[in-house]
Every structure is written in C-alpha cells, then in structure tokens.
Design a protein around this ligand. Structure first.
Ligand code: SF4
Ligand code: SF4
Length: 465
C-alpha cells in the first residue's frame, strides 16, 4: 500500500516550461490568489464585503445579508456549482484541475518558492539524493520555512472570512489571537503545507475524488490534452539535417525499405515537464490534470524541427480518432441540457434575490395569556413579533390587519436598528360579533414604512372565547 513516505520519495521534479499555456497558468495563479487574499480586505458600504458571521448566523456578500431563512439561495448556489462542474468537466475535461484547482495553484506557488531557494529541478534532485550537510540543511530549511509561512498566511486569510479581517490583523499586530482562530489558521495552514508543499501531484494522482469520478462525466467530445499518434508515430530522433521524413514509408536509392517517421522526435521533454510524471503519448490517463505544459514544450520542439505545432494539443477522442474538427456545442444535447438547467437556476435565483424583501418576521402567540376581553367589549390576543432587519440602516415598520373580524392591531413603535433583530409585544383586537368562538387563522401585513413597496404577509392563530 502506498504510504506518505512512498509519495514523498516518488517526488516529480518537473522541468520549467514557457509558452502560452504556462503564461495562462501563471495568470490564473495570480488572479485566484489576488481574489483569495484580497477579498477579506475589501470593504463594501462600510463593512467587510464578504464574511460569514457564525455567532449571528449571517452571511454578508457585497451589501447583501443572508440569514438562515435564506438557505434556499445557498442551496441554489451549491446546485449551480455542482451543475457547473458537470458541464465544465464534460466540455473541458480537467481544465479546472490544471489551471484553477487550489491544489494545483498552491503546488505551483510552493514550486516557485522551492525553485527560488533551491534552484532548478536537476539541482533539487541531486541535493535531495545527496547526504545531509550544512548547505542542504540551510536551503531546505529556508524553503520549508517560507512554505510554512505562506501556508500560515493562507490559514489566517481563511479565518478572515469568518472574523473581521481588519480586527484580526490589528489583534495579530498587538500579539494576540483567539484560541479558535489560532486552531483554524494552524489547521488550514497545516493542510496547505502538507497537500501542496509535501504531497503535491500525489494528491491529484491518488487522493483526489474528482479524478476518479470525472470519467463518468466525459464523453467522446470532451476536450482533453491528447497526443496525435497518427501524426507522431513512428517516433524517433531526427537526422542532423533536421529534414522531415514524410509519414508514408520510403524506399532508399538502393532499394532498402526504410521505416516511415512521424513527427515525434522522441526527445522526452513532454514527460520531463509533466507535473504528474506521466507520458501523454501513452494515451488518455486519469493522472493527467490538463495543465498543458506538454503542449507548450512540444510546440517549441515542433518550431525547432520546422514542423507544424499541435502534435500534442487540446482535442477530443472523437476528433483525434477520426482526424475531424471539434464538434460544435449545438450538436451536443447533454451540454445544452446542463447549460439550460444552469441558466434557469441562475435566472430564478437572481430574480428571487432581486425581489427579496430585506426583513424577516416571526409571529408567536403568547401562550401565557389566553384571549382576554378589552374595555370596549372586543377580544384581545397577545403575540410576540420578531423582526430581523437585514439592511444597514434602521427601519420602521407597521402591521396592518387583512382579515375580516379584526378591529385593530396595537403595537409599540416598530423600529429595528440596521442589521439587527428586535422582538415586540403586539395585541390583535377582534370583534366577537363577527368571529365565532374557537381558533381562527388571521392574516397580517407587515410593511416597511421607509419603503412601502417592501411588505410581508404573515398568518397568526387567533383564539375567540
Ligand atoms: S515533446 Fe513532442 S516531440 Fe518530444 S517526445 Fe514529446 S511528443 Fe515527441
Ligand atoms: S500529460 Fe501534459 S497536460 Fe497532462 S499533466 Fe502531464 S504535462 Fe500536464
């Protein structure tokens, strides 16, 4: 069975690549980290733009406050993520893994640190194989220290999505941090260091569940990184002249039948740059994370040998096997169904959010007081009304009666400070000449007096003696 030690001893020392996909990958690393590390520092309308307040069970997203009652929107967001992943995987295979998965992104950053402190892959391989000495301890110690500090920073940043970031930073500056905040930061930071700094590509190869179930989402038209074996084989070194021998078999001038030569010069560079250490020429493999490093390096080889680029390229199984162009999206019913569902859920959720009334109301009967008679001969029922104001400013409310038989509603001033919850005692006064004895369902309308378009309808049980 593979052990963590086995994983570490099988470390891949991928060669550095340049090229358009490498540039794109670096851009994604920078963009995702800018978002991750920057978002908790961003203020919106005077408060942290994104934060989950565990104590008060509130989620703040760019001026929007979501309460537990808004769970439907979180559920919709999760469904959108799941459907989006299905659709994206079906269309683009493991492009997510190669360019934006946190594991890939953090592994890339750890390799940058390692390369900066310990040098290029060959130097690192030699040093790792060499016995321990002062230089090895110093270099490896420095790179591990930097990786550890970076990992801790990721952990502290995650805490900043739950605790106000500026408060956290001020507390850290003053030299103290809460117990749970510290535990959270150390755990997340520790996992970042372990997964991206130590296990690296082994996580993608042996631990990632996505790698295992993605096969179920692939079809013959899914985009993947593929080696064009029809063009590349038979592989072999070029003649010194660099002349390209056509793929068709050739016969030399003394009648010997020479084997045809494909475009692959068998330089092995595509294997050397692969972060998971596989040979893409062996065909589709679940270890391939779609990072396209092999495309970049092979394109360089093709340029140098005067051949057309694209021996390794993004293509589909169908297009490769039949040497045909990629199938257009409109001819892929599964993609259209997933895309349609996704669009419908996004439109419905966005409409719901746009029309959402920014306060919540709960009405509870006061069980200690049964119905009582008022001075003017009507019947009174007492309730507790709980109003949660999810806006930044204080709001004033009124309650209107909508059911027949209700004479009036007596309330104190219903004012709720911004982003707060208040409870009020209210009395419903009913006419016994209209409502018979027993329990009645009555309808109330709670209106935001500051914006009367915002109103909620609630029901209460009224007891008549
Ligand atoms: S980089 Fe290209 S030419 Fe070199 S071995 Fe790989 S597929 Fe062949
Ligand atoms: S085979 Fe190519 S695309 Fe796949 S992981 Fe290796 S380098 Fe990246």
């Amino acid at each position: 069975m593979a052990t963590p030690l086995h994983f570490v001893s099988n470390k891949v020392y991928a060669r550095l690549t340049t090229g358009r996909f490498n540039t794109l990958r670096v851009a994604f690393v920078l963009l995702t980290q800018l978002i991750y590390f920057g978002l908790p520092w961003l203020n919106w309308q005077g408060q942290q733009a994104t934060r989950f307040d565990f104590d008060n069970m509130r989620l703040y997203i760019f001026g929007l406050t979501l309460l537990p009652q808004d769970f439907i929107y979180l559920a919709a967001a999760l469904i959108v993520c799941a459907l989006g992943l299905f659709l994206w995987t079906m269309l683009a295979g493991r492009l997510w893994c190669g360019f934006s998965c946190p594991q890939t992104v953090y592994t890339e950053i750890m390799i940058w640190i390692e390369r900066w402190v310990e040098g290029p892959p060959n130097a690192r391989r030699k040093r790792d194989a060499a016995p321990w000495g002062a230089e090895k301890i110093l270099r490896k110690g420095t790179s591990q220290l930097l990786m550890g500090l970076f990992s801790l920073w990721t952990g502290l940043t995650l805490v900043g999505y739950f605790t106000p970031m500026r408060e956290l930073a001020a507390n850290l500056g003053a030299g103290h941090i809460g117990y749970w905040e510290l535990m959270f930061a150390l755990s997340y930071g520790g996992f970042t260091w372990l997964l991206a700094g130590v296990l690296r590509e082994q996580v993608c190869k042996h631990m990632c569940p996505y790698a295992r179930f993605q096969g179920a989402m692939f079809d013959h038209d899914t985009l993947l990184v593929a080696y064009d074996d029809k063009r590349g084989e038979p592989r072999g070194a070029r003649r010194k002249t660099g002349a390209v021998i056509p793929i068709a078999a050739v016969t030399d001038n003394v009648g010997h039948h020479a084997p045809a030569q494909g475009s692959c010069v068998d330089c092995g560079l595509c294997v050397q740059v692969c972060p998971t250490g596989i040979d893409i020429r062996d065909g589709l493999q679940y270890e391939c994370i779609g990072c396209a490093a092999c495309i970049d390096v092979c394109d360089e080889v093709m340029d140098k040998t005067g051949q057309a680029r694209g021996l390794i390229r993004f293509s589909t199984q169908q297009a490769m096997a039949q040497q045909v162009p990629l199938k257009p999206l409109r001819q892929r019913p599964r993609a259209l169904i997933y895309g349609g569902l996704l669009a419908a859920i996004i439109v419905m959720s966005a409409t719901g959010l746009a029309l959402r009334v920014p306060f919540k109301v709960d009405i509870l009967r006061d069980r200690a007081i049964m119905a009582r008679e008022s001075n003017d001969g009507y019947v009174e029922n007492v309730y507790t009304v709980r109003i949660a104001n999810t806006e930044r400013d204080a709001r004033h409310y009124r309650i209107e009666v909508e059911s027949g038989g209700l004479v009036r509603v007596e309330t104190p001033p219903l004012t709720v400070p911004g982003d707060d919850i208040r409870s009020f005692n209210i009395v419903l006064v009913a006419d016994p000449a209209v409502l018979s004895s027993g329990s009645h369902s009555v309808k109330l309308r709670i209106v935001n007096r500051d914006d009367t378009r915002q109103a909620l309808r609630e029901e209460a049980r009224l007891l008549m003696p």
